[in-house]
Structures are given as structure tokens and as C-alpha cells.
Design a protein around this ligand. Structure first.
Ligand SMILES: [Zn+2]
Length: 125
């Protein structure tokens, strides 16, 4: 319900976000991970992975480890509206090469980190 309200507020221009977070107990299948969804995979109370589809246009699924015992690791914070903030930044090492932060659900592209063909995302910054 909150997600529907969040989308409505975005449509009205009241709120901005590119990603909303959700939690799951299993890995999302590639086909099931739409743009704009960030899935936090947790095992009981332990957050294991943050999964999202690359916003840079290559469409790859990016799996970021949230396990504090592994390197590299990321942390994800989710606000009231389920907008994720991901730390540190995400740097794709494939041909896409995109480099971005997710802050408050919004993609914040690093300088030079934004692919030329980014028709999948629309710039709002
Ligand atoms: Zn990419």
C-alpha cells in the first residue's frame, strides 16, 4: 500500500525516486527483477544481498553482498517510503562501466560514470 502511495506521490511530482526496495527470502530470478526494484535478500534477520537491474542500460542483474564478513560489501538503508540508500557506490566493471550511487532511492551518477546510451533511465538531476 505504501508503495502505491509512493508511486502516486512520484507521479504528482511530490517525491523522487528511481528505486524502491523490497525484501525477499530467495534470490530474484533475472526475469523477475524489473527496473526500479531493489531486492534485499535476507535469511532470517540477516541481510545477505541487494539485487538490482543495472540502470546503465546493459540490463544485467547486479548482486551486491551485504554480508559484513565479505569484501567488498555494501550496506543498504531503507526509509519510510522504502527508498533505498546504498553505500558505497556501485561500479560496474563490464562494458557498461556505469558508476553510480543510490541515495534516497535516486540514482546519483558519478562523473563519467553514466553510460552514453541510457535510454532506460531519464535524467532528473
Ligand atoms: Zn550496466
Amino acid at each position: 500500500m505504501r508503495k502505491i502511495v509512493a508511486r502516486l506521490l512520484r507521479a504528482l511530482g511530490v517525491m523522487k525516486f528511481d528505486f524502491l526496495a523490497e525484501t525477499a527470502s530467495t534470490f530474484p530470478s533475472d526475469a523477475g527483477l524489473a527496473q526500479g526494484r531493489l531486492v534485499v535478500v535476507r535469511d532470517g534477520d540477516v541481510e545477505k544481498w541487494a539485487c538490482l537491474t543495472c540502470p546503465g542500460g546493459c540490463g544485467r542483474t547486479i548482486n551486491l553482498s551485504l554480508n559484513p564478513l565479505r569484501r567488498p560489501k555494501w550496506t543498504v538503508a531503507i526509509d519510510f517510503w522504502r527508498r533505498p540508500t546504498l553505500l558505497p557506490s556501485v561500479h560496474q566493471l563490464n562494458e557498461c562501466g556505469c558508476h553510480f550511487w543510490i541515495k534516497g532511492g535516486c540514482i546519483d551518477w558519478c562523473q563519467g560514470g553514466r553510460p552514453k546510451d541510457n535510454s532506460a533511465m531519464h535524467g532528473r538531476h
